[in-house]
Design a binder for this molecule. Structure first.
Ligand code: CA
Ligand code: CA
Ligand code: CA
Ligand code: CA
Ligand code: ZN
Length: 387
């Protein structure tokens, strides 16, 4: 990679251009600072529809098929949830849910790697880590697993910037609609949010990258313990970054700062000042809510190594959430709500709304390199990895 390229990458991360920010700003409203009812959501991207907030009202509810109906596995109280017949670190109750795991073989596929350490679905999480996530979510019958692409996202927010349930649902829907097939036959990527620090004091983000890295590190993931923490993405809903007021969010990568400092910062205060825009007599303006949602989806895309110039297979187009060349309001609306598009392979489509990533972009997602924006890992070709 050329020095120039590396410099460009760093420059982008340090200061997204105004247009990028303008575009990267799209979203779902944060009007709801309505207390905890919607804020403690641990949102399952696909399978886990249980909404268990941290107050425990719904915690522990078995939401697996038949859990309460008597037509599924034995009732929870008739089996030992800790029983691990083959001693591989994964309890039988977990292994029995997956065709790829044998509760009576520590190395089910005989490749020399124990079941707990396998990452068959290549989402960057071992089976042990997926199990740990289920434990943290309070459910064993659903959630992250070894046959689906799963993203674990720790969320913190500043006062007044709590993400609404609609916003988190919108992000999850966008990833669920990603055009990828999982081992178990399901489609898309499951996103699980772990709400951690609530109502952090409002603080302007510093202009220095180091300062922002410090902020991310100081509020780093702690929902999962030990090494598992490193497998979580880190997302903070902040207020403003005054030195880059046209910017809706940014991804701080590992090439610029240590891994613990990496993560996504969303600037709701900046977005409030930029949006709504592009109102016209004949069409609705792009709202703050839309800007916030689009920005969040876009930045999380960066944590999966997606760049802005994914041109493979037509990846670059105004409907792809990673697109940043959106010079007109029409282009902005194409990306924001798929105006005029009926082809989901291109990204957002008007009739559905959920698809956001072009098929070409989806194929470039790097779950094994998530959160990292290592310059050394970015190819120099026109393949979509350039940031
Ligand atoms: Ca086992
Ligand atoms: Ca194995
Ligand atoms: Ca995995
Ligand atoms: Ca998985
Ligand atoms: Zn971007």
């Amino acid at each position: 990679m050329s020095a120039a390229r590396g410099k460009e990458i760093i420059a982008r991360v340090v200061a997204l251009g105004a247009l990028v920010a303008f575009v990267a700003a799209c979203s779902e409203s944060v009007t709801a600072r309505d207390g905890g009812s919607e804020l403690g959501v641990r949102e399952g991207g696909v399978k886990d529809t249980r909404v268990g907030d941290t107050r425990g009202g719904d915690r522990g509810v078995a939401d697996g098929p038949g859990a309460d109906l008597g037509d599924g596995p034995p009732a929870a109280d008739t089996i030992d949830p800790t029983l691990d017949s083959d001693g591989d670190g994964l309890p039988d109750v977990f292994e029995n849910q997956f065709a790829s795991l044998d509760a009576h073989k520590a190395d089910s596929d005989g490749d020399g790697i124990g079941d707990a350490d396998e990452d068959d679905d290549k989402d960057g999480l071992t089976a042990a880590e997926e199990l740990a996530a289920r434990v943290a979510l309070g459910t064993m019958q659903s959630g992250p697993g070894p046959e689906t692409r799963d993203l674990l996202v720790e969320v913190d927010y500043q006062v007044g910037r709590a993400p609404s349930k609609a916003l988190l649902d919108g992000v999850a829907a966008a990833y669920r609609a990603v055009d990828l097939v999982n081992i178990d036959g399901s489609r898309g990527v499951n996103v699980y949010f772990f709400i951690d620090e609530r109502d952090l004091p409002v603080a302007n983000m510093p202009s220095s990258l180091g300062g922002r890295g410090d902020y991310l590190r100081n509020h780093g993931p702690k929902n999962l313990k030990g090494a598992h923490v490193a497998k979580m993405l880190h997302l903070i809903f902040a207020s403003e970054r005054p030195d880059a007021s046209s910017r809706g969010g940014e991804t701080v990568g590992e090439s610029q700062r240590p891994p613990a400092d990496a993560g996504v910062l969303i600037y709701g205060g900046n977005l409030d000042k930029i949006f709504p825009v592009c109102g016209a007599p004949s069409s609705a303006a792009v709202s703050v809510d839309e800007a916030l949602l689009s920005t969040t989806i876009h930045e999380l895309g960066h944590t999966l190594q997606l760049g802005h110039d994914t041109s493979v297979g037509g990846g670059v187009n105004p409907y792809n959430i990673m697109a940043t060349s959106l010079p007109t309001c029409d282009d902005l609306k194409k990306r924001t709500r798929g105006v005029g598009n009926t082809n989901p392979a291109l990204g957002a489509i008007e009739s559905v709304g959920a698809p956001r990533f072009s098929t070409a972009a989806a194929k470039l997602m790097r779950f094994d390199k998530k959160l990292s924006v290592e310059v050394s890992q970015l190819d120099d070709g026109d393949d979509g990895y350039e940031m």
